[in-house]
Design a protein around this ligand. Structure first.
Ligand code: GDP
Length: 195
């Protein structure tokens, strides 16, 4: 998709604030520092649209970006940031749970994992959680430019096995540095973000 127009419509903390539309939506989840802002900015063809969400103390919000007046990207706050308090963590869990449970327009979730490392317990719980809610998931292995091409298959199989990826859930290697995987991620979004 050629993104001609992007607008941060709202930073929401509760369902009453979600945009009141029937447009399709795709959400992005991942641990802090996994490369989520970089992925979103790459897909939006913008440098600094999505902000890094890992700043401690900052209010954690669901950021709704409207693209071409056609579909929404929902940037879910990065989870697992070490310095975030237990209370903030619980609030985050409640916020995402509420969103996943209630949002009819949600067509799928892009879950980011670091292609260089095995999935962490947090990655695994997040994936299980998404399966529980029966949301279609695309797992994106980020920072693939740091993995030798000969190791890409190994990285994929480690993640498929570690997360217990279901048949039908895709895994795509991605790099914000050299744009590998950009088209594959867009293709998946185009297929799933139908309102
Ligand atoms: P977020 O916290 O998940 O939003 O992560 P950011 O997008 O802010 O990225 C975290 C760090 O990883 C930054 O230092 C980025 O420059 C780096 N990074 C993000 N994507 C890539 C990538 O594709 N390749 C490499 N080599 N580094 C990346």
């Amino acid at each position: 998709m050629q993104v001609n127009d992007v607008e941060l419509t709202i930073s929401a903390v509760s369902p009453a604030q979600y945009p009141d539309t029937n447009l399709g939506e795709v959400a992005f989840v991942g641990r802090s520092n996994v490369g989520k802002s970089s992925l979103i900015n790459t897909l939006l063809q913008r440098n600094k649209m999505a902000r890094t969400s890992s700043t401690p103390g900052k209010t954690q919000t669901l950021n709704f970006y409207l693209l071409n007046q056609e579909l929404y990207f929902v940037d879910v706050p990065g989870f697992g940031y070490a310095k975030v308090s237990k209370k903030a963590r619980a609030e985050f869990a409640a916020m995402i749970e509420e969103y996943l449970q209630t949002r009819q327009q949600l067509g799928g979730v892009v879950q980011l994992v670091d292609a260089r490392h095995e999935p962490t317990d947090l990655d695994i719980s997040m994936y299980e959680y998404l399966r529980y809610y029966e949301v279609p998931v695309l797992v994106v292995g980020t920072k693939i430019d740091k993995v030798k091409k000969s190791q890409w298959n190994k990285s994929e199989s480690i993640h498929r096995k570690g997360l217990g990826l279901q048949p039908g859930d895709d895994w795509v290697p991605f790099s914000a540095t050299n744009k590998v995987g950009q088209d594959a991620v867009w293709e998946w979004i185009d297929q799933h973000a139908t309102g």
